[in-house]
Design a protein around this ligand. Structure first.
Ligand SMILES: [Zn+2]
Length: 239
């Protein structure tokens, strides 16, 4: 599954996701693995996560603060370097030129060789009864548009160029897609780190201690690739 691609050894990874927890769930083992090899990891979180609770006593304002702290803890556990929260309202993320401009600015500032985001083509997976969160789709689409062509093109967003944000070409995009993948990262050595990162999000994953869904998911992805545990992605090496 992975052998059609050259080995991936990122120097700088920018993870761009809708909610505080998306990157840790979708790519926490991968991010921890590359961090352990010396890659610089940056998180760019587009919404405030303020709808992700069914606790009647919880307010959005409280939840935003809780999830921000949880994501900072998750980032630290995977070995990440920086985190930015754009604070769009959870559940209302739209693919706008302003959102793309903000992502382009981050790409041009951080200059990643690898961008990790959500696969925007996943609208639903009927076989397992899943409708993908619209924020995930919007985050993935805006990020793909920002990677190509907007961050690359000198004449796009001339105000950013004036501010010193030079065009940047990202080499590889990894799309988080739990159902289909063409590339796997061996996370056997970092599965425990991923679990610890997910335990840093108690507002989202209260009962991880008594559950094995993280291990089961990683084992399933691993089986397809010949690893004990893996995370699967749709990998695009941009020409
Ligand atoms: Zn999410």
């Amino acid at each position: 599954m992975s052998d059609t691609f050259s080995p991936l050894r990122p120097k700088v990874i920018l993870g761009i996701a809708a909610h505080p927890d998306d990157l840790d769930v979708g790519a926490g083992g991968t991010l921890a693995y590359f961090a352990s090899l010396g890659a610089e990891i940056h998180y760019f979180i587009l919404t405030d996560g303020g709808k992700g609770s069914d606790d009647p006593a919880m307010t959005s304002a409280q939840l935003v603060e809780i999830r921000r702290a949880e994501q900072k803890a998750g980032l630290e556990i995977v070995g990440g370097k920086s985190i930015t929260f754009l604070d769009y309202p959870d559940g209302e993320l739209e693919v706008t030129m302003e959102l793309k401009r903000q992502i382009v600015k981050a790409i041009r500032a951080i200059k990643p060789d690898v961008v990790i985001t959500m696969d925007p083509t996943v609208t639903y997976v009927a076989s397992i009864g899943i409708i993908n969160h619209p924020d995930h789709r919007a985050a993935g689409q805006a990020t793909l548009d920002a990677v190509f062509p907007l961050a690359r093109d000198r004449l796009t967003f001339p105000e950013l160029l004036t501010e010193g944000y030079e065009p940047h070409k990202t080499e590889t995009v990894l799309l988080v897609n739990f159902n289909e993948s063409n590339f796997a990262v061996d996370i056997t050595s970092t599965l425990e780190t991923k679990l610890t990162a997910l335990k840093a999000h108690p507002s989202q994953f209260g009962d991880l201690e008594g559950s094995t869904w993280v291990q089961d998911m990683a084992r399933g992805q691993g089986q397809k690739a010949g690893y004990e545990f893996a995370e699967g992605f749709v990998r695009i090496d941009i020409r």
